[in-house]
Design a binder for this molecule. Structure first.
Ligand SMILES: NC(=O)c1ccc[n+]([C@@H]2O[C@H](COP(=O)([O-])OP(=O)(O)OC[C@H]3O[C@@H](n4cnc5c(N)ncnc54)[C@H](O)[C@@H]3O)[C@@H](O)[C@H]2O)c1
Ligand SMILES: [Zn+2]
Length: 349
């Protein structure tokens, strides 16, 4: 088992190990005085893993309950949180008890938000089961739900007490979601880890998934430790995301997954930044080759002008410009603001 310690305001450990799902109870027991544990999971993950987690929690002396919601982004909303609050109340969860988020990013974000707000905040543990959740959403303490007007508009910074990552859970993750997570994995290589990028080039991600998770989580840990509340450095995690979010929006959040949109956004942006001299020559070709190797897109059939127009209103836009994350080369990045007035000439549209 590997441990990564996160030294944010409230510090916690991230544990990575095969089969540690069955040790959840033993690992969580020392962290809380609570006697009740509410496991939150979706309709895909609960039938596969909830029984094992519950057995392990009960063996460690917890009284357990299980809250299952319909799988999918559509459940990441206040209506589901409200049902979860009722479940917590009916099961007598007090301030010292604990919520266990068992599932992908939707489960972690939604259950984490409920934990941040129920009784003004109770402890929670993340057991991420999708690649995206293991390398990204379970680390960093951002919790949120969507509003009809947009994604992640209501939320809280709320750090978990522990993150338990069992890479074996990825064996049941549908391939399309695995590929989706790889979009973020490539991002980490691009912004901070040449060695990860090179290994992704020369080996197969699945064959070294433990190292992939460890490296991505380490990068994210370093970044969030420096900028817990997302006011500076954390923005580098948005490489590929400004154009990616625009692409997701233009596809009405259907057809193109988040990881695919980020991949295409990163490739499009890097082609532009390389031709304008901000990025070392050859970088975009290397990035495209890696994305193609993992079945991720590098282009969009939509006109660039339309994609750029859709970046307006991005959460990362400030005043009259948009902060983009550019690579100077693989493994190294910087943030640069492009003024709205310069956008056309910069993107050559
Ligand atoms: N908090 C953050 O910092 C952060 C960062 C990135 C993304 N996110 C959020 O994460 C969400 C996306 O996460 P996601 O892609 O994990 O979505 P998800 O939770 O919907 O999981 C994807 C699909 O895989 C299924 N699944 C998950 N693990 C499985 C397993 N082991 N076996 C079988 N099926 C499994 C789920 O039921 C779902 O159908 C978005 O809502 C996004 O906003 C949050
Ligand atoms: Zn992302």
């Amino acid at each position: 088992m590997k441990t990564i310690h996160v030294g944010t305001g409230r510090s916690y450990d991230i544990l990575i190990g095969h089969g540690i799902l069955d040790e959840a109870g033993k690992l969580i027991r020392p962290l809380t005085k609570g006697i009740r544990a509410a496991v939150v999971s979706d309709t895909n993950v609960a039938p596969i893993y909830a029984e094992r987690v519950i057995a392990s929690l009960e063996k460690a002396g917890f009284e357990t309950s299980l809250f299952v919601f319909e799988a999918g982004e559509g459940s990441k909303r206040l209506a589901t949180v409200e049902k979860l609050y009722s479940h917590l109340y009916k099961n007598d969860l007090t301030r010292t008890d604990i919520i266990i988020a068992l599932g992908g990013g939707v489960t972690g974000d939604m259950a984490g938000f409920a934990a941040a707000t129920y009784l003004r905040g109770i402890d929670f543990v993340q057991i991420p089961t999708s690649l995206l959740a293991q390398v990204d959403s379970s680390v960093g303490g951002k919790t949120a739900v969507d509003l009809p007007s947009g994604k992640n508009l209501v939320g809280a910074f709320w750090q978990p007490s522990l993150v338990i990552i069992d890479p074996e859970t990825l064996n049941t993750l549908p391939e399309k979601f695995f590929r989706d997570g790889l979009g973020e994995v490539v991002k980490y290589g691009c912004i901070r880890s040449l060695s990860l990028f090179e290994r992704l080039e020369s080996e197969n991600a699945r064959d070294m998934i433990d190292d992939v998770i460890f490296e991505c989580v380490s990068v994210k840990r370093d970044v969030v430790e420096h900028d817990e509340r997302d006011t500076g450095e954390r923005a580098i995690l948005n490489f590929g995301h400004t154009l990616g979010h625009a692409l997701e929006k233009l596809h009405n959040y259907e057809g193109l997954s988040h990881g695919e949109a980020v991949a295409a956004g990163a490739a499009i942006l890097t082609r532009v930044s390389e031709s304008s001299g901000l990025t070392e020559k050859g970088t975009s070709q290397r990035l495209e080759a890696l994305l193609e190797k993992y079945g991720l897109p590098t282009k969009s059939e939509l006109p660039l002008a339309e994609i750029i127009a859709a970046t307006r209103g991005d959460k990362k836009s400030t005043g009259k410009g948009i902060n983009f994350v550019f690579l100077d080369k693989i493994g190294s990045c910087f943030i640069k603001k492009i003024e709205i007035a310069d956008m056309g000439s910069f993107f050559g549209i």
